[in-house]
Design a protein. Structure first.
Length: 213
């Protein structure tokens, strides 16, 4: 028997006003799978990620995370699901400006009431930011901020990682470092990862590609 998909979208549709972004879109993601989401600018990749995370409402269809239909959850239920199961790397990082780098990375663990300083340090080291834990976000470069966002998205060992161009601001060396980190989470921890990317190099690491538009 086939394993229950970690994430399943069934014939979902999204429009803004009268303008459809996508329709009849179905996808599944299994634990331990890295899937690249590709498509031209404006094809709806970020919108799809937001819909899969329950951050944006769909107009038709169903999204199921570990069999749970997101539409049946209220806002508190959705927030708890995101807190416990999901890591999200936003295109705009959404790093909190008044917290240090270390506290930004530790935030998901704090929200789950399970502080783990060693895990936070390990994630900082994994993204090459071990020396910058005490810095404030305004003292970081764009690429460093992106790596903070990646460490924060993984620190609580989510079952699902939705990553919106996580290597977009990085030089080749750091992009490869981040890709290897994502791959390790997928292969060793069984994380399911949907990776939005314009990079052929990043897409080449994926098990499959889904194209929008
Ligand atoms: N809040 C919104 N209101 C109206 N239209 C929106 C909104 N958000 C996105 N759109 C439109 O929906 C379409 C898809 O946008 P989206 O950001 O998902 O694309 P994308 O594939 O992620 O693009 P990029 O690669 O440039 O990040 C675009 O045409 C965009 O203008």
């Amino acid at each position: 028997m086939r394993e229950l998909p970690l994430l399943e979208a069934r014939a979902i549709a999204k429009r803004y006003g009268d303008t459809p972004v996508f329709a009849e879109l179905s996808l599944t993601l299994q634990a331990g799978e890295l899937v690249a989401l590709i498509g031209e600018s404006g094809s709806g990749k970020s919108t799809l990620l937001n819909c899969l995370a329950g951050l944006d409402h769909i107009d038709a269809g169903q999204v199921l995370l570990q069999g749970q239909d997101l539409a049946l959850l209220d806002e508190a239920g959705l927030a708890a699901l995101r807190r416990d199961k999901l890591g999200f790397v936003f295109q705009a990082f959404h790093v909190l400006p008044h917290l240090t780098v270390r506290d930004n990375v530790g935030l998901p663990l704090l929200l789950q009431r399970r502080r783990d300083p060693a895990r936070v340090e390990a994630m900082l080291a994994a993204v090459g930011l071990a020396a910058l834990g005490e810095r404030m976000p305004r003292q970081l470069s764009g690429g460093q901020l992106q790596r903070v966002a990646i460490a924060r998205a993984l620190v609580h060992r989510p079952a699902l990682l939705l990553a919106d161009e996580p290597t977009g601001n990085l030089d080749a060396r750091h992009a490869e470092q981040v890709l290897q980190l994502l791959l390790a989470q997928v292969r060793e921890q069984g994380v399911a990862c949907l990776l939005v990317t314009h990079s052929e190099r990043a897409a080449a690491h994926a098990d499959r590609c889904i194209r929008l538009g």
